[in-house]
Design a protein around this ligand. Structure first.
Ligand SMILES: Nc1nc2c(ncn2[C@@H]2O[C@H](COP(=O)(O)OP(=O)(O)OP(=O)(O)O)[C@@H](O)[C@H]2O)c(=O)[nH]1
Length: 392
């Protein structure tokens, strides 16, 4: 479930517009449209008391590095081949992703050609509210320019907000052999870190991922980026560890069904094949349910409380999928002999699900109390006839 909103262009003559929108020191998430001088619907925060500040993920990199394709494939189910026809982005595109209470963030896709460090462009405001900055490097192209751009972006961003997670996607690796991939990663890793060391900024941590939209690597990389932004991650991992160790399960993933991002898994290592099998299983469940699960004129994903699936693989492994919440599914791998105790697994799953609901509840309560607090703050700043008084 995604909603897309586009900003006015920021290249050429429109650059100053963006500066105007952000021309304030406060976090704009709490502003009404009128307060920050933005065009109606541009920022579109209809609830001025909203305390939910969605983590912001920026997609940056040179032109044609693949930023828009990544966004379209991961969040719009666009097939990789269709991205060949994507036009170059000439506006900052913001997208709200809120598939579940846990997976809730904004993605900002930056046009490759903007002069990000133009003095009229308020990059400080953008970096201040950012949780993760994904820098996409086209591995099939010469990456010298991309590396210097990465260095410039990271150092500026770090100055404004040292808490940003810097994620480097070494992208389009589908055309490279395995040896070549590793070699490229090593080279890019070394050069990027050497540049930072030369600038005396060794403390900046860059994470590197080999990605392609033509396989599951892009979903896996995005999963890891998103997981770092989920404050409840250790709790979720802990719950999954307890669940699998008491149920004879070998591996379990908590998936966001729509995007196929896994938001948590137990602490055993993840291998790519297992992850791919989970994604395929989700596709099968959704496809079969779409064909046979809908009764009439219903629209949307036929994923509900009844959704579950069991697949027996030919290597004595069983895959078990169950609905956890409206948007989340648990996908488990276990041996056939462990699956004989399905009753126990289902009971443990019931307890696991309840625990997840409790984690959601705590989050909701925190949000409500924050909202109440900010409402009180606003009403104190408002005189009886409703005119707003700006505090000095
Ligand atoms: N081989 C390969 N091609 C890719 C991959 N990802 C994107 N591309 C191609 O790269 C080209 C550029 O992709 P875009 O998504 O438009 O790039 P962008 O970074 O958004 O470009 P700008 O909007 O100009 O900044 C398209 O033809 C895509 O099909 C990938 O993983 N592998």
């Amino acid at each position: 479930m995604t909603s897309e909103r586009k900003y006015n262009g920021v290249d050429g003559e429109n650059e100053a517009l963006l500066f105007d929108y952000f021309d304030d020191d406060d976090d704009f998430d709490t502003f009404e449209d009128g307060d920050c001088g933005c065009e109606e619907g541009v920022l579109g925060f209809s609830d001025p008391f909203s305390s939910e500040v969605k983590p912001r993920i920026l997609l940056m990199g040179l032109r044609r590095s693949g930023k828009s394709s990544i966004q379209k494939v991961v969040f719009h189910k666009m097939s990789p081949n269709e991205t060949l026809f994507l036009e170059s982005t000439n506006k900052i595109c913001r997208e709200d992703v809120s598939n579940s209470s846990f997976v809730s963030f904004q993605i900002w896709d930056f046009p490759g050609q903007i002069d990000f460090f133009d003095p009229t462009f308020d990059y400080e405001m953008i970096f201040r509210g950012t949780g993760a900055l994904i820098f996409v490097i086209d591995s099939q192209d010469d990456y010298v320019e991309a590396l210097s751009r990465l260095h410039l972006t990271v150092t500026r961003a770090y100055k404004v907000n040292p808490d940003i997670n810097f994620e480097v996607f070494i992208h389009k690796v589908d055309g490279l052999s395995d040896d070549h991939k590793i070699e490229k990663q090593r080279d890019i890793h070394k050069r990027a870190n050497d540049d930072l060391a030369d600038a005396g900024l060794e403390r900046i941590h860059l994470s590197f991922y080999l990605t392609s939209i033509y396989d599951h690597s892009i979903f896996e990389a995005f999963s890891k980026v998103v997981q770092k932004l989920i404050p409840q991650l250790p709790t979720l991992e802990n719950l999954l560890n307890i669940f699998i160790s008491n149920s004879g399960i070998e591996k379990a993933f908590l998936f966001d069904v729509v995007s196929k991002i896994y938001i948590a898994t137990d602490s055993s290592p993840v291998d790519m094949q297992t992850y791919e099998l989970c994604c395929d299983m989700i596709d099968v469940v959704i496809d079969i349910s779409c064909i046979y699960g809908l009764t009439g004129d219903e629209v949307g994903t036929p994923y509900d409380k009844e959704s579950m699936a069991i697949i027996h693989l030919n290597n004595t492994t069983v895959m078990y999928l169950k609905e956890v919440t409206k948007f989340l599914a648990l996908v488990c791998f276990l041996r056939e002999e462990s699956f004989e105790r399905k009753g126990l697994i289902d009971y443990n799953f019931h307890c696991f699900k309840k625990a997840i609901e409790e984690v959601f509840d705590v989050r909701l309560k925190v949000q409500r109390s924050r909202k109440l607090l900010s409402q009180r703050r606003w009403s104190r700043q408002t005189v009886p006839n409703g005119t707003q008084v700006h505090p000095h």
